[in-house]
Design a protein around this ligand. Sequence first.
Ligand code: SF4
Length: 184
Amino acid sequence: MGVALEKFPAICGVLPGGSGILTTADAFINWSRKSSVWPVTFGLACCAIEMMAAYASRFDFDRLGVIPRPSPRQADLMLIAGTVSKKMADPIVQIYRQMPEPRFVISMGSCANCGGPFHDSYAVLKGVDKIIPVAVYLAGCPPRPEALYYAVLKLQEKIQQMKIGHGAGAAPQQERGSRDLGAP
Ligand code: SF4
């Protein structure tokens, strides 16, 4: 599917009315992507409790198409919910690389954004964006499930802007081609 999508813009370029086909394809692909944002199931600290609450019946993420997956190979969203210790940096990058592209990251809470209350600690990373690209930052300690809901809506807005023809308007991961990430 990925290879077909990479070649599709070039094929449309030589067809009469190709740009119209491309725009329609963009709309359809973006709609299907944003309606099936599947997060990989893992949590790091207290923010993960709020993340779990968001999956539960009161907030019901399923209606946005957000269905947690137990394997990174079936997921396209990584929710960094909690304190990122330096010890966890390697496993996080490894899980991120196991996810198919395009893949997205939401940094949930102050700890994931910048180290939060543990900013001075020698053992805590000062923001998960030091090791993986982040599409949406969510402030709070911890952010409530409603805030996570809002972050997913913002991510959906970004996905809606993606174009398969080129990177313009795409999520940061797609613009940079997230394969170029270095090791932590
Ligand atoms: S931001 Fe606050 S609630 Fe979230 S993991 Fe850090 S200390 Fe815990």
